[in-house]
Design a protein around this ligand. Sequence first.
Ligand code: AMP
Ligand code: GLY
Length: 582
Amino acid sequence: MIKIAIFASGNGSNFEAIIKYFKKSNLVSENKIKFYCISDKKAAYVLTRAKKLNIQAFYVPFEKTYDFMKKNKFNLAVLAGYMRILPEEVLNLSVFINLHPSLLPKYKGKNAIEQAFNAKEKETGVTVHYVTKEVDSGEIIEQKSVKIKEGMTLEELTYKIHKIEHKLLPKVIEKVIKKYNVLIVGSGAREHAIAYKLKKSKRLNKLYLFKPNDGFKDIGEIIESNNYENLAKEAKRRQTDLVIIGPEQPLAEGIVDIFRKYKINCIGADKYWTQLESSKIFAKKFMERNKIPTAKYTVIEDMNDIKNIKFKFPYVIKADGLAAGKGVCIVKNFQEAEKTICEYLNGKFNEASKKIVVEEFLEGKEISLISMWDGKHLLPLLPARDYKKLNNRNKGPNTGGMGAICPAKVDNSQIKNYVKLLKSALRKEKADFRGIIYSGLIQTKDGIKVLEFNMRFGDPETQVLMLSLKSDLLEIFINTIEKKLSKTRVEWRKNPSACVVLAVKGYPTKPKTGDEIILTGKLKSKLFFAGVKKENNKLYTSSGRIISVCKNSKNPVIDVYKDIDNITYKNKIYRTDINFDE
Ligand code: AMP
Ligand code: GLY
């Protein structure tokens, strides 16, 4: 049951508008929500009105508000014409929202309609915002503007504003209390980290999981299905509001297009825009059209095209399509290039390497910049860095990622310019999806350039981002779906986060699996599981990467390495040089 307190000092017309609006909602008839009326004025008409409407009403003198709120635990408190300023200790007892008759931050305080009118504004309006101890300054939830026409009187304007208040406030309440059923698609440590963070959200109702690994399957309800069409049907049946797609494969196969048919919102790109990840040629052409800095390149479709390459060695050879992170090869001379290109064209990565991009080699530090995109606005998260190579000092083969840190040190003004550039490119090309754009950037001596795009959260960058994120992740996802990223402010923890990935010998080619995992001592780090299986309540290794050991603290690297000694299994491998100074 959701308990909502409505505070008013006067006649309570907004109070009545709220009650009437919710009378029609089945939340009231099913007893899922209950309203209470609170006034600091004994003679306020709102108390009479409440009784007439069959709502419990309380006269609570201002000084008694703390005790009253402490005793009655309300999920939400709405200030709807309440003429007092509540102290912080009261505000801490519930979530407070306030209705204010102006377009905040303009005209705070008393007589806001009159202030705007006297200032000869052409428009004013109504704001509903969260309440903080600074008057009329909390985060804005919703605003509606009202034109002040030539010759309009103050009374006419006041009447118009009140009408809008009566419409807006109930809608905002409905929005603030709506809880979401969320489905996460994917089975790795990345999806475990997203699930962990979503579980902390005030807005979460049910968490559904599709193909979770045994290390986190217990934190949600599993939906089984053997194809995406069925998955969408099952999700619909369970009233899923939002789907988060973790890995690239389902995105490239068009899972978002399928869910769209069922009118279920996804955080993820449709098949067309996923080509920014699933086709290197598509991505290069997109960057070329939009003057986004990237390495020079040549497209190769047969051996004759090699002669078109006009830059110097080393070359970076990339399969056009998805190759599970293994499709990139660096060659130092013509012989190696010819041999590799021949292997690729002959199907080394099947269809994915029937076309190739050959790029000039770029040098510099890499940055993973993961951003949310709502179709109009791009909201970058903290810059992170992952450690892609298997061995210390960035030696050995590329992997899915052996560790990560955030925040990564970056040149802020270059990042800002890059975000601007990407945003206008996506706008210009009408990228109509709500999801994620991961820019794999490199800080070269000629400025930031793009190495690759992914259309999903990075793994293991997500593990550190989730620990660094202070704001409610589900709130960010909801704002993405509702195209409100321009108004979304994200808060981050002051301390940095680090992640070290524990893998097994033989990874990435032939992982040695099947060994029992023993956790000893009291671990201070957060463990996000990937390649694990549970049998008879024991955990076993089951693929290449096993556990992301993560921590947000003053010295997260030290903390994580301490804990790693208490996680044992045969064939354990990990990098010992994950740090912030690379
Ligand atoms: P990609 O699949 O395009 O992300 O490439 C995987 C990794 O290969 C990148 O994260 C880089 O470490 C490396 N790489 C890709 N392109 C280049 C390039 N043009 N110059 C240097 N390294 C590159
Ligand atoms: N960490 C790199 C990726 O997720 O592709």
